[in-house]
Design a protein around this ligand. Structure first.
Ligand code: DQA
Length: 143
């Protein structure tokens, strides 16, 4: 089964971005750990990042033809994007939402995610391990 892994804005800066909050690992490190997990789980992966809402929307739409499930860390768009919510709803694929940080422990504006209501599960606060956990959940869902 094929999983599209989508990362939203500013996640390209992981490693140097607020390391006290987000840790020292880079997006490349996350990509590598996802590939290790996918291999173990028998999944094929397409790992992407964009700072553009519309590009993420287009990739979600394209997933209808190219993926069986989606892992998404929508980053700041979690809290703002009806367009990403609508795209995820439209494609009708299982969605696992991941946040590195515990968004409920942070500023009030991070407490709500437009993506959570279209995801079958949400993982937050476990750092990069969340990506592995979400891939495990997707593998289970898709078997
Ligand atoms: C994040 C949490 C969001 O609130 C924030 O805007 C991010 C990253 C996380 O992974 O913890 O960019 O999605």
């Amino acid at each position: 089964k094929r999983v599209l892994v989508l990362n939203g804005p500013n996640l390209n800066l992981l490693g140097t971005r607020e390391p006290g909050t987000y840790g020292a690992e880079t997006l490349k490190d996350i990509e590598a750990l996802c590939h290790v997990a996918a291999e173990e789980l028998g999944l094929s992966l397409d790992f992407r990042q964009s700072n553009y809402e519309g590009e993420l929307v287009t990739w979600i739409q394209d997933a209808r033809k190219t993926a069986d499930g989606i892992l998404i860390n929508p980053a700041a768009y979690s809290h703002t994007s009806v367009a990403i919510h609508d795209a995820l709803r439209a494609v009708n694929l299982p969605v696992a939402e991941v946040h590195l940080t515990n968004i409920h422990q942070r500023e009030a504006f991070r407490h709500h995610s437009y993506v959570s209501s279209v995801a079958f599960g949400v993982i937050c606060g476990f750092g990069t391990l969340g990506y592995r956990l979400a891939l495990m959940a997707l593998a289970d869902k898709l078997k």
